[in-house]
Design a protein around this ligand. Structure first.
Ligand code: CP
Length: 315
């Protein structure tokens, strides 16, 4: 694996290998001494053009716990503000010989494009509404730890599917590992042709949740809805907010998940989000660090050091 740009195109063996590697870091993160020198001498740069709490912090922690030097580019204080492009910024950073660039970008496909211009590993930390591969991996690790196996599970992904990179990465991952995936959304937030990804689409939340093992909620991405219809919060919660009444249609022990950030009272009722037995939302955050340690390990530890790599075309 040279880059991690998306889950689409990965086979089950590659996904399971990353999950197994991440699993080996779960105990490390729970130990008193969490640091090692596995990536000593390696440099990782976080380059986030959109806001983030979980992904950026967990990549930083993951790199530091593995002994890498981690730089957080402050985009607000960078030369982007003087008109430098995302690609020129990445190529500038590449010239400083990092081993990995972790990139979040507002445009779908931007991280792939950038990966073609640099000769270090590139990890997609979310590009527009395209993919968020490490989120899908941490979701899968959480499910696997709670349920043992992903194959055969019925998973409902509910909310603003149209704008969700989390939904797309999870659809690719969960269908590849043999889960039955349903998507639930209002007609305006359900992309046409989504069934071609191997999922069943529902606009009635109760019907979509029927007999599900896992319920994954998504927030309304109003920042990506300029000029289009934005539902009223009260109306949205009534039909698509996860409360105990709607959850009763899923299996009695259905796992409640949310990638965050959550908007309580919009797509999920606060008491459901905080359900001690069934909500795995905090565990998802915990698995995020282990997954990002596994991914950094897989992409940079065995890679040749930058001193021995050639130019972009030749590497
Ligand atoms: N789930 C997720 O990507 O969260 P952040 O935007 O806080 O990184």
């Amino acid at each position: 694996l040279r880059h991690l740009l998306g889950i689409e195109g990965m086979d089950a063996q590659e996904i399971v290998a990353l999950l197994d590697r991440a699993e080996s870091y779960v105990a490390v993160n729970q130990a008193a001494n969490k640091t090692s020198d596995l990536l000593a001498g390696r440099t990782v740069i976080n380059l986030f053009f959109e806001t983030s709490t979980r992904t950026r912090t967990s990549f930083e922690l993951a790199g530091k716990r593995l002994g890498a030097d981690v730089i957080n580019m402050e985009v607000a204080w960078s030369s982007i503000k003087k008109g430098e492009t995302l690609i020129d910024t990445a190529m500038t950073l590449n010239a400083m010989h990092p081993d990995a660039l972790i990139v979040r970008a507002p445009d779908s496909g931007a991280v792939q494009l950038l990966s073609e211009k640099v000769n270090c590993a590139v990890i997609n930390a979310g590009d527009g509404s395209h993919e968020h591969p490490t989120q899908a991996l941490l979701d899968a690790l959480t499910i696997r730890r709670r349920r043992g196996e992903i194959a055969g599970l019925k998973v409902a992904i509910s909310g603003d599917v149209a704008h969700s990179r989390v939904a797309r990465s999870n659809i690719h991952l969960l269908t590849t590992l043999g889960a039955e995936v349903r998507v639930i959304a209002p007609p305006t937030l359900l992309p046409s042709g989504i069934e071609t990804l191997g999922v069943t689409a529902f606009t009635d939340m109760r019907a979509g949740l029927a007999d599900c093992d896992v319920v994954m909620m998504l927030r309304l991405q109003t920042e990506r809805m300029q000029g289009s219809y934005v539902p009223s919060i009260r109306e949205y919660f009534r039909f698509y907010g996860l409360d105990y009444d709607k959850l009763a249609h899923a299996k009695a022990d259905a796992l409640i998940m949310h990638p965050g950030p959550m908007n309580r009272g919009v797509e999920i009722d606060s008491v459901v989000a905080d359900d001690i037995d069934r909500s795995a939302i905090r565990e998802q955050v915990e698995m995020g660090v282990a997954v990002r340690m596994g991914v950094l390990d897989a992409l940079t530890r065995q890679a040749p050091t930058r001193a021995t790599t050639g130019d972009v075309d030749g590497s």
